[in-house]
Ligand binder design. Sequence first.
Ligand SMILES: Cc1ncc(COP(=O)(O)O)c(C=O)c1O
Length: 399
Amino acid sequence: MKKIIPAARTEKIKYAVRDILLIADQAKAAGKKLVYLNIGDPVPFGFRTPEFITDAIIDSLRRGETGYAPSAGTAPAVEAIRRDGERRGIQNIQDIYVTSGGSEAIELAMTALLNPGDDLLVPCPGYPLYTAVLEKLGAVANPYYLDEEDGWQIDVEDVRRRITPKTRGIVVINPNNPTGSVLSEKVAQQLVDLAEEHDLVLFSDEIYDKLIFDDVKHVSLAALSKDVAAITFNGLSKVYVGPGLRMGWGVVSGPEAKIGDYYRAIQKLTRARLCAPHPVMAAVPIALDGKNEHLPEVVAQLKLRRDITVEMLANIPGISCVKPQGAFYAFPKIDGFKDSDEEWCARLIREKGVVTVPGSGFGQRPGTKHFRIVFLPDEPTLRQAYSKISEFMKELKQS
Ligand SMILES: Cc1ncc(COP(=O)(O)O)c(C=O)c1O
């Protein structure tokens, strides 16, 4: 019998958010009671997909919409996404494609753009899907570092210095996972200008765009120029509390002469994988054109949990945390711990039963240590988790 050898392209793929569960499972098997602050899914924490979404899907199923849909998406879904893009001020929309989650939209956009050896500017810290797909494609992650001292904003001059002859695009995650930062309009404009100047494709991941606190304004990057080549990613996973529905999309914008060949390449890829989940597409117009009556309560709940997070972490010596302005993540910094942040997170699980994800899983500035918190659990659970982190830090200091 000969062993089946997996492809080399899978060797370096890591996904810290799920990898940490191996350690958590061991601790659980050893009898530890765990508090999970590691998965960005609102549903297990009591948030419900709004009924106007589930009803639309059930109605679609009842109408028998279980055959293949058009590869780009059904006409009502595509038209609703176009209207939504126009309301955001996105100019020059050339193409829309509906996918199985935002993840597939991202993967198709990258696959259609990058040859082996090409590089893509990726935010660090940032969501690890981008680097995983780059590994698959044999393309290169070109990291740019968000400025923790400046509320995790992008330092556009730093991004400029990192552009190489092989750079094809730039990823912006706004609001960001894992920092919860929202890009200021001024920095957004500078970044769009930079992408335009260097003919880079702007990948604007706006999947958390309506989960924003404190009157902070969110701008869609593609709305800031009609000449920039951009793909704006969004979906039903976060704002519509339906990650398991697997519904996302990409909005391609910019001058036709510049991006025509590119979006036609994406269309080829969408046809090769047939279609996204057909009945779920029926929820897209209702979500995007509707009143979103669920949102004020979701945002109010998240804001309360964000406030507890920031307040309690501020009182723990050795931990500091930039206040998140959106999404449901915080990315606190660990000071004075001599080992790695992976070790810190593993010990926090084993000793206190609190599951967070090491900052290294999101790319962080070399020499710094962080962990990511998901602040979706209810108030008592969060308070208990932060008290345990506080005890843990005290015990570390004494040891
Ligand atoms: C920044 C970001 N983009 C994309 C995704 C993937 O979203 P989807 O569930 O729509 O594939 C996530 C999921 O956590 C995310 O945090």
